[in-house]
Design a protein around this ligand. Sequence first.
Ligand code: AMP
Ligand code: FE
Ligand code: FE
Ligand code: ZN
Length: 291
Amino acid sequence: MRIDLHTHSTASDGTDSPAGLISAAELAGLDVIAVTDHDTTSGWSEAVSALPPGMRMLPGAELSCESPDGLGGTVTVHLLAYLFDPASEPLVAEQARLRAERRVRLHRMAARMAADGFPVDPDELMAALPPDSPAGRPHLAQALMRAGVVGSVDEAFDRFLGSGGSYLLPRTDTPVERAIAMIADAGGVTVIAHPFARARGPVITPEVIADLAALGLSGVEVDHPNHDEPTRAELRELAGRLDLVMTGSSDYHGTNKTIRLGQETTDPGQFEALVARAKPGSCPVWERQLS
Ligand code: AMP
Ligand code: FE
Ligand code: FE
Ligand code: ZN
């Protein structure tokens, strides 16, 4: 069994369509692929329709959240949510709010770059994205690439858009405690994504993970491309101590990143343990795959 529990499609900031993502998963020899677009579930139906016999699609999303950092401040964290009811009203409302804010923010970031003389057109950028899609920095990075300003998405992050870049604007993300509760109320489970990806910017302390576990967090993403071996060992020890499920996943974004699908995988026993923590029958898109 090969299981990859964190991937993105064109429904957010990946470059493979949801159906294309499933084809790529088949080529990568995956048995289970979770589709976890940022702040949307809009890719699920196309992905599930494209499934070949024997492959399963774990319905998910990656929620943009704000968390205490454990040192007196706050920090952005990503929360992977799986097996929740996508029609749950508080969740639908909060994710729609976030997507709207993402669009205003990205337009503003592009406008600032345009004002500084970079050849990007904020209106054109936004018009090219599907309505109500979760616009993100990779979309602006792509526009900068097309304009010849940078040679790669990575370069755009290094020079302009990353946590040290002068064009990064903030967002009002969902308080992580609230996101965990909303997903639990919708019957789903939550896993903290790449918790110690320190290269991306500031991260939470182990004590914060313990606090989130007490609030109902189900797991931690241990094997992730942004975690080196000592970091993985630290997270394994922490997960064992806190009785959290340990996942592994590629965080595949198509050509927006250099990571391969299935580059990191989840142990089948851990996958079963994660599914067992969800409320059975909550997510129709999963239920249909079981019958
Ligand atoms: P945003 O959602 O607008 O805050 O942008 C964050 C997204 O940018 C994340 O989902 C990452 O996938 C992506 N990202 C962050 N750092 C990099 C990087 N150095 N190169 C490529 N993509 C990145
Ligand atoms: Fe992303
Ligand atoms: Fe993430
Ligand atoms: Zn991701």
